[in-house]
Design a binder for this molecule. Structure first.
Ligand SMILES: *Cc1c(COP(=O)(O)O)cnc(C)c1O
Length: 404
């Protein structure tokens, strides 16, 4: 009996968190389609479509490209486990909670992990990577492209160079960046690249797109030791996602439908247009926040992660109460800080379908009320006004600015 437990009716939230982001109605519609068997020829043909789309979004020709049946953390697990054998040595650039997670996963292989660190909110110095690995046999350099926990982005090219100097593979976590921030897997020569479904791709959580180049494929064939994880071993997984289509595990059919439509949406918009949309919305968001006297955690604008903005919490503010009010009164969810930044920052995600001009304005207006209710002094309408100005500056056709 289900007495007392009503029909499932989730509230309609605006998720401005570092994931999950809001989901386009077209993706929901795709997910309402009937389930078919995972060995059904119709389904296995549809898997080809998903892989074609995913290669375009990653900008790669890699054969091994498919969604892993796991959240973004499963992507880390797969990348690391397939690249390492026990006792191997690797370098992980650690400057936040997710890069730390990569280091922990590598240690459990068990591998020798050299952490090259920077404080949260700062980028890791690629020269430190080279220094740490000199004279050692480094299997890979692990990089978190966008460190969601502190809102910074790192230049992949610099770490590619460092990995080349060490003769190491480059593994890049693009969970927070794929579909929102410029990324070119082949052009940037990333050996293993993975992402997550629920961030700038705006598919539902539960899948981790991954792509692996030929160099890694070759290595996988010559490994002496089996991959430590059965589930995340990419070789048998590719007998299913490769041309043989042999059973490995039952994939989340519905999530794959959703992924297909979400990737179609990304490519319909165009990668460059999408990156620009994300950059513009963040510019306007920051203009608005600064006009309300809030400060960014990351001072160097070039190092700010476009998809997740880290804002210092003003003194005298109860940040939990503020977030609760945003949720209860305005149906908007933002995130607090992780680890050493808990209670110190907010993280505002503008990703995928959540990243829209109207959502930026709605958030800034709502935040103004919340700050005023907590007794902070905020110039009336300053946040929304500054954001509108930023949007107008960027969107006006050339020569149309005469009546400013
Ligand atoms: C969110 C995130 C992850 C973890 O993804 P889950 O889907 O929560 O497992 C890993 N890395 C980065 C950079 C992320 O932003």
């Amino acid at each position: 009996m289900s007495e007392g437990i009503g029909e499932l009716l989730p509230p309609e939230r605006l998720m401005l968190t570092p994931g999950p982001s809001c989901v386009d109605p077209r993706v929901y519609r795709a997910m309402a389609a009937p389930i078919v068997g995972h060995m059904d020829p119709w389904f296995t043909a549809m898997m080809d479509d998903v892989q074609v789309l995913m290669r375009r979004v990653f900008q790669t020709r890699n054969r091994v490209t498919f969604p892993i049946s796991a959240s973004g953390s499963g992507g880390i697990e797969a990348a690391v486990a397939n690249a390492l054998e026990s006792g191997d040595e690797c370098i992980v650039c650690v400057n936040g909670a997710f890069s730390e997670r990569m280091a922990i996963i590598a240690e459990r292989i068990p591998a020798k992990v050299i952490r090259v660190e920077a404080p949260y909110g700062r980028t890791v110095d690629p020269q430190d990577v080279v220094r740490a690995g000199k004279g050692k046999k480094i299997k890979f350099v692990g990089l978190t492209h966008g460190e969601t926990s502190s809102g910074i982005v790192q230049r992949i090219e610099d770490y590619r160079k460092a990995a080349d100097e060490l003769g190491a593979l480059l593994i890049v976590d693009t969970v927070a960046t794929l579909g929102g921030v410029p990324l070119d897997v082949d052009g940037q020569r990333i050996d293993i690249c993975f992402s997550g479904a629920q961030k700038a791709i705006s598919a539902p959580p539960g899948m981790a797109p991954i792509t692996v180049n030929e160099r890694v494929e070759k290595y996988m064939e010559t490994r002496k030791e089996p991959v430590r994880s059965w589930y995340f071993d990419l070789h048998p997984a590719m007998t299913y996602w490769g041309k043989d289509r042999l059973y490995h595990h039952t994939p989340p059919i519905t999530l794959i439908y959703g992924m297909r439509e979400a990737l179609r949406l990304v490519l319909e918009e165009g990668l460059e247009a999408r990156w620009e949309r994300h950059a513009l919305c963040q510019q306007a968001l920051i203009a608005g926040l600064e006009a309300m006297n809030l400060e960014m955690l990351v001072k160097n604008a070039a190092e700010r992660l476009i998809t997740v903005t880290a804002v210092n919490i003003p003194s005298g503010l109860n940040e939990k109460t503020a977030r609760k009010q945003l949720l209860d009164e305005f149906n908007i969810e933002i995130a607090g800080g992780l680890g050493p930044l808990a209670g110190k920052i907010w993280r505002i995600g503008l990703m995928g379908y959540s990243c829209q001009t109207w959502n930026v304005l709605r958030f800034l207006a709502s935040l103004e009320k919340v700050l005023l209710d907590q007794g902070l002094r905020v110039p009336t309408g300053a946040g929304v006004g500054a954001a509108i100005h930023a949007f107008r500056e960027a969107m006006q056709p050339a020569g149309a600015g005469a009546r400013k």
